[in-house]
Design a protein. Structure first.
Length: 73
């Protein structure tokens, strides 16, 4: 069931050259902004972890207990 006249393929469009990639050089202002952003992220990342003064095992020392005394007795 083939036809006598086969359809012709359209011609391909010409190939366009690739656009030039953007410059990878950063200005000093952009570098300073990136450094400030990273420093702020590091400060926020610490969170409450820096306030915890015990290990995961807890306090290993004995607690210092002082008993209150009543004045005058």
């Amino acid at each position: 069931m083939s036809s006598i006249f086969s359809p012709k393929m359209p011609s391909l469009p010409p190939v366009q050259p690739l656009p030039e990639p953007p410059s990878s050089e950063l200005s000093s202002a952009e570098k300073a902004q990136i450094a400030a952003d990273q420093a702020a992220r590091e400060r926020k990342r610490k969170g409450r972890k820096s306030t915890i003064l015990t290990s995961p095992l807890g306090v290993q020392e004995e607690a210092e207990i002082e008993e209150k005394t009543l004045l005058g007795s």
